[in-house]
Design a protein around this ligand. Sequence first.
Ligand code: FES
Length: 99
Amino acid sequence: MFRRLEEDAGRAPVRFRFEGREIEAYEGDTLAAALAAAGALSLRDTPVSGAPRAPYCMMGVCFDCLVEVDGRKNCQACMTVVEPGMEVRRQTGGDGAEA
Ligand code: FES
């Protein structure tokens, strides 16, 4: 599993929600990093087979980390910095993420 580095200790905490669950992250975390640290790795299901997907590249290339943020679909969790009060949801099926 993932664990945080010592350097995270000096950053301010940021709370947001994922699928209704409160997650504590740190200022400057991406959603993907914060969710991985919280043990939430399945962020979406593929529209074709319904297979769960987790962040893979962590640099905006693979699109396996797409989530819904405050009602906006297809947000890349690895490229989105956490903000207090964000409401984040998994994407399922054909949410317009893939052709
Ligand atoms: S993990 Fe690859 S685009 Fe986000």
